[in-house]
Every structure is written in structure tokens, then in C-alpha cells.
Design a protein around this ligand. Sequence first.
Ligand SMILES: Nc1ncnc2c1ncn2[C@@H]1O[C@H](COP(=O)(O)OP(=O)(O)O)[C@@H](O)[C@H]1O
Ligand SMILES: [Mg+2]
Length: 507
Amino acid sequence: MLAKITSAAVVGLDSVPITVEVDIASMGLPSFTIVGLGDKAIEESKERVRSALRNSGADLPPKRITVNLAPADLPKEGPAYDLPIALGILFASEQLNKQDISDSIFLGELSLDGSVSRIWGILPCAIMARDKKFKNIFVPKDNLDEARIINKIKVYPLKDLRQIFDHFATVRKIKPAPAKKQQFKNVESDEYDFENIRGQESAKRALEIAAAGGHNVLMKGPPGAGKTLMARSLATILPKLSFEESLEVTKIYSVANLLSVDNPIITSRPVRSPHHTTSHIGLIGGGNVPHPGEISLAHRGVLFLDEFPEFPRHVLEALRQPMEDGHVTISRAAGSVKYPARFSLVAAANPCPCGFFGDETRNCTCNPGAITRYQKRISGPILDRIDIHISVPMVRPEKLTREFKSESSTVIQKRVQAARNIQLKRFKGLKITSNAEMNNKQLKQFCNLDQQSVLLLKQAISKLNLSARAFHRVIKIARTIADLEGSEKIKSNHVAEALQYRPGTDN
Ligand SMILES: Nc1ncnc2c1ncn2[C@@H]1O[C@H](COP(=O)(O)OP(=O)(O)O)[C@@H](O)[C@H]1O
Ligand SMILES: [Mg+2]
């Protein structure tokens, strides 16, 4: 007998249906073979399926069992096929009666005792199932919350193999789980509230602008000035994720296997802070079986690179293309995959190896050559892609010890959210959600400048030697500053403030 069960594979961030064909023949010696470009986990599936069937009270018939995973030319990985293989055996051996299950998708890893365990990549599979008009999806119960973000498809949570046997033997039907509405929130933290940051008013203002428009920031200043503190606090003022953004981000985390039962959906903007020793693959993505890197895990959120000049040059250079395009393409022998990587870069750097170059209170002990070399570690093209450059001076001790608390993150987040709401409205129907993402055409459409602003920009181009890219970035920042003020028009004071954040001006 031949049985066909539909399952799914994850390719990049998308999913494709996989047909699991199980054939049981009486002729020949008893055997159990799986074909169809499976990896080691799929090869080992045989052992799990064998034990799981036995421990659930079913049989693995002593016959010639052949399993084919089609399409055969697509490499497949992971243990998600255990469940469809076991189910296929139950049908092909006629332990279950034949019935039409072509409108259902089955995914799950089996333990030896027959229980169904959590797997990664459920969300893309659920999205594919809905898009391809499947009616039902059977998933491990620990993946339930991840699967039921998607509506218009019935999600059946599975505890063990016995349960699915009873379901198709119509002994006891499994109830599909109802859809669940998600709550989106922003990050709250006592430790990293803006009210704990003393002084640094201009840096805080710059971070507010960055959060509102999704811009990139470089903070430069001596050690102990509060750069790390401020970057970490940024998470508490970011705008809330929208539902669509949350789906995009959750898909990446699902494929990277970073979701858990307690945290099945990403509901706030991610902030990633990889160390400078993180490998190229860890940061950018890749590997034999391609995996999203930190830049993709920071999608729709913040990538914080502390001690920026310490990152290897080739890693920093690899950031250029994703910073421009909002995605990264990883090529492998088996084909290329594209991961989204639309993040705000927040970088922190000391001005020189000792950290005190340009400091008012302490003398720099580095020789001029060392300072130049240190600063050159960040190439011009990277600096050009950073919208906001701020210097973070040391805060005077008397200011640090003052009891007075500054504005709280809650208050700042409200302003940021209001500015982001204006952007969401502006870009409705377009693929973008923030000012930082505007292309040149959108820039023209949404950023009208008055004469005074144009004049100001013209002067700045010659004085600051602005590249075309930097010029566009200044206008985007001015757009965000105007949005924070609730001003439809970009005025010259907005442009003037935006220009302050370019390197080369005194800030
Ligand atoms: N402006 C500030 N307000 C409050 N605390 C600060 C400030 N600047 C620095 N600190 C404190 O000093 C320590 C060092 O700050 P950190 O952010 O690590 O500095 P940096 O990254 O610039 O070297 C932290 O414990 C931080 O809490
Ligand atoms: Mg630091």
C-alpha cells in the first residue's frame, strides 16, 4: 500500500510543501529506507519512528518500507518529518483506514515514547499552508501559539502519536485551537530607563530622533561617558511593532530556532548587541545550512555594535549592502537565500585607543599615528551610511550625583510613537514604515523643502563636502525631526538640526 502525507520544508524564510510518500511492500526482506535528500536527522528519524510507533501501541510491520520525500531535489533537514512518516506508515499498513487528508499539513518531531516535540520554523509553514489554501495544520502542542498567529487555517495541537491515531480512527477527535489575539508592547526596564541618564541631553535627543525614524547612530566619546548605558536604554523608547512587522520578525526567529514555548512570538522590537568577536557568519548570516545572522535578528529593531572599531574590517564592510538594501543575500552551493535585515545601527566608539582624545578633563596618551589608524578602522563608506553622528562627552561628577531625574522613557516613547504613527499613515500602501527607508523617489514625494531650507542645504553641501547619499540622509533626518514636532512641512530649523548630526560639524 502507498500513503501520501503532506508536510513542509523551510527554505530561507519561506516554506514549500513536501509530500511524504510511504510504500509498504510484502516482497523482499524487511527494511526501512528514507530517500529524498534528507540530512542526518532525517536518517535517524527511522529509529525515532520505530520506537514511537511501538510505544504508542502500533506496529512497524516487518516488511519492506520505503519513504520518499518529494520533491527529491530539495535538500531537507531536521526532525519535522518524524510525524508525517509515522502517520504514513499507519495508513500504508492499514492500521488506519484510508481517508482524504490532502487538505492537511503535518509537522512534528517524535520522541521514543511517542510524544510530539517542538520544532523550529513553524510560522513560515503555517503561512505557506494558509497561502496554498490548506485547511488544517497539525503541529506539536508546544508550537501552538506560534502557529495560531495565522488565521484562516485550523491549527491542531498534538501531544503524542496516540492522539493523532485516535483522531483518524475517529475514536476521539482533536479540537482545533481557536485563534489568539496578540498584544504588542514596548520594552520596559527599570535599569535602562532614560530617567537614569544624567546630562547627555543632545545625545538623548539624537537617540529619540533615531528611534522615531529608524535611523543609524554613531556615538563617540571617552570611556565611562555612558555610551553603552544610552544604547541599551534605547530599547525602552522604540515604537511598538505593528502586526505585520511582528510576523516578519517572528518568522526570522522561528527559522533561527530562537522562539520558545514561553516566548512564541516576538512582540517588541528586537535589540541585538553582538560582541566584536562574533564571527562573520554569526553577524551576517550563512553557514552550510544557511542561518540568519545578527543583522537579520535585529530586523525592524536595533543592532547595537559596542566598541565599533574593534569589529574586523571585513565584517564592517559586509554591513554596507544590507544597510542600503534592508536585506542580505547569502549564496551557497545549494542556491541562495535572502534574509531581511532592516535594522537601525547604533554604534559606539572611543575616539582613540586610550579613549581620551579630545576630552576636556584628561590628556590623551596616544601618538597621532595611532589615533588616525584607530579612526580609519571605520571606513568612509560606512560612516557615510550613518545618519546621526554624536559626540558624547564625559558627564561632570556634580551632574552625575544630582538627585534630579530627567524625562522618563514612557514620556519619550509617547513622542516617538506619535512620530512613527505619522510615518505609518504617510507610507500606507507602500512597503516601508519609517523615514529611514525612503528611496529617492519617495524622498522627493514626501520631503518638500522650502527655499530657505534648500539654501541652507546648498551651503552645507560645499562646507561639509556632503556626498549625494549623505545629502539624502540629512533630508530624511529633517523629515523625522519635523514629524516629532507634528509639522507637516519641513522647515529650515529642522534641516539645521539635521545638519548638526553630520560629522565635520562641531557637535
Ligand atoms: N550620563 C550618565 N548618567 C548616569 N550614569 C552614567 C552616565 N554615564 C555613565 N554612567 C554610568 O557609568 C558607567 C559606565 O558607563 P558606560 O555606559 O559603560 O560608558 P561607556 O560605554 O561610554 O564607556 C555605567 O555604570 C553607567 O551607569
Ligand atoms: Mg561602553
